[in-house]
Design a protein around this ligand. Structure first.
Ligand code: PMP
Length: 399
């Protein structure tokens, strides 16, 4: 009798399944828009120059690889805080902000979820409808009941702000609200700054617990602009959790670079909170890995490397913008009647294209263009060589 006899096959991850199908496709012109990764115009995952320089210096230093502290590299954590709050923000010196280096944004969400389950065992979690699929899974795994709040309005391809605020207004006190700080995955639709202000007002008034997820800082309007909601909430003295991912912004997906930041109401409270967060980390993976964290820390703390990185990140952001622009123009040129200008309003790597599941199936079957069945396309996978083909393919399934 096997111990594992009763184990059932888990459902396949829909996006990874799509990648497997793509890899098995033998057509030469195939294009994978189902991914969640930034590719450069040559269709490659870039190794940023700033990252490479830091790595060369790191190798030359021939530094030992002992264990890091439970909460990771101090200079890394300070760098992550500066990205969130802005250099010179007095909060940085207040002792109210504490950060732990994490295994990607996912790791930050996971230790945040475990910490919250310990702190607020009876609270429920709400996520946007739709959201990054792993939000639900992560918080359910941590023991929470997860519900959704309205977010995307298919009719306008924009935000269902009234639906969202009505739902937030009706939540029980203490409910944990997961919010995408910028570049919403999967829709590309973000609240405006004024809308964030209203969301902050409701969160304060209803005593909700915000957990801001920022996985695409620098891919929307800019490094500083994309953190506006974090800074505004902090200015409003809202206590909160923030998960940062540097996977995309440093193009270091496999190095697992992220951070969990908690903003507390006093430094004395911060000290207590950090001591408990460290227990959560200790019982998950003890302490984070050295390499990726060291590289990001070097870039964030060396002015010359920081400037180079900021320029490279701007290059990625602008290339995505240009792909959005060109896609809209080329669809028009192909004779598509439907107005796709909403694609220009969306931010970050993704766009909810408005294509139906049937149209996505036809794109894949007839043209070898792969997208997620929800209609989500990764704009960052478009490039000057595949965009004409993709525009023609979309036009043909819309005809
Ligand atoms: N949050 C969101 C909204 C994401 O899209 C992603 C990555 N796709 C993550 C978190 C996790 O990032 P990481 O790969 O750094 O774990």
């Amino acid at each position: 009798n096997s111990l594992f006899e009763s184990v059932e096959l888990a459902p396949r991850d829909p996006i990874l399944g799509l990648n497997e199908q793509f890899n098995a496709d033998t057509r030469a012109g195939k294009v994978n828009l189902g991914v969640g990764v930034y590719y450069d115009d040559e269709g490659r995952i870039p190794l940023l120059k700033a990252v490479h320089k830091a790595e060369v210096a790191r190798v030359e230093a021939a530094a030992p690889r002992g264990y890091l502290p439970i909460e990771g590299i101090s200079a890394y954590n300070k760098g992550a805080q500066r990205l969130l709050l802005g250099a010179g923000n007095p909060l940085l010196e207040s002792g109210r902000v504490l950060t732990a280096q994490s295994l990607g944004g996912t790791g930050a969400l996971k230790i945040g979820a475990d910490f919250l389950k310990w702190l607020k065992p009876d609270a429920n979690v709400v996520i946007s409808n739709p959201s990054w699929e792993n939000h639900r899974a992560l918080f359910e795994r941590a023991g929470f009941t997860v519900e959704t709040y309205p977010y995307y309005d298919a009719a306008t391809h924009g935000l269902d702000f009234n639906g969202m605020t009505a739902a937030l207004n009706a939540l029980p006190e203490g409910t944990i609200v997961i919010l995408h700080a910028c570049c919403h995955n999967p829709t590309g639709v973000d609240p405006t700054f004024d809308q964030w202000k209203e969301i902050a007002r409701i969160i304060k008034q209803r005593d909700l617990v915000p957990f801001l997820d920022i996985a695409y800082q620098g891919f929307g309007e800019g490094i500083e602009e994309d953190a506006a909601v974090v800074r505004y909430f902090a200015d409003q003295d809202i206590t909160m959790l923030v998960s940062s991912s540097f996977s995309k912004s440093f193009s270091l997906y496999g190095e697992r670079v992220g951070a969990l930041t908690l903003i507390c109401s006093s430094s004395e409270e911060g000290e207590r909170v950090l001591s408990q967060l460290k227990r959560v980390i200790r019982t998950n993976y003890s302490n984070p890995p050295t390499h990726g964290g060291t590289i990001v820390s070097m870039v964030l703390n060396t002015p010359e490397l920081y400037d180079l990185w900021a320029t490279e990140l701007a290059g990625m952001r602008e290339r995505i913008r240009s792909m959005r622009q060109q896609l809209v123009e080329k669809l028009k040129a192909e004779g598509v009647n439907k107005d796709f200008s909403f694609v220009l309003e969306q931010r970050g790597m993704f766009s909810y294209s408005g294509l139906t599941k049937e149209q996505v199936d036809r794109l894949r079957e007839e043209h070898g263009v792969y997208a997620v069945s929800s209609g989500r396309i990764c704009v960052a996978a478009l490039n000057s060589r595949n965009i004409d083909y993709v525009a023609k393919a979309i036009a043909s399934v819309l005809a």
